[in-house]
Design a protein around this ligand. Structure first.
Ligand SMILES: [Zn+2]
Length: 75
């Protein structure tokens, strides 16, 4: 994938967590899971044995990470 900021090739990798990985409109004080927040987007559901993992592209020039949260990327 080409970086949309500088047009250089981005490095493919993953972001992993022992918990669900999600995006929320604001930081949660407590209970960070998406099901507790309106407008939250789950990037990777967590399983007890595997945790969660989502593919992400990194541009080291621009210090940007891009995550595709379409179904194909949800593991
Ligand atoms: Zn870039």
């Amino acid at each position: 994938m080409k970086c949309p900021y500088c047009d250089e090739e981005m490095k493919c990798g993953v972001i992993q967590s022992p918990h669900e990985i999600n995006w929320k409109p604001k930081k949660a004080m407590l209970f960070g899971n998406a099901k507790f927040h309106n407008g939250a987007i789950i990037l990777s559901e967590s399983s007890f044995f595997k945790g969660s993992c989502v593919e992400a592209y990194c541009c080291e020039n621009c210090k940007k990470i891009i995550i595709d949260y379409s179904e194909k990327n949800i593991k």
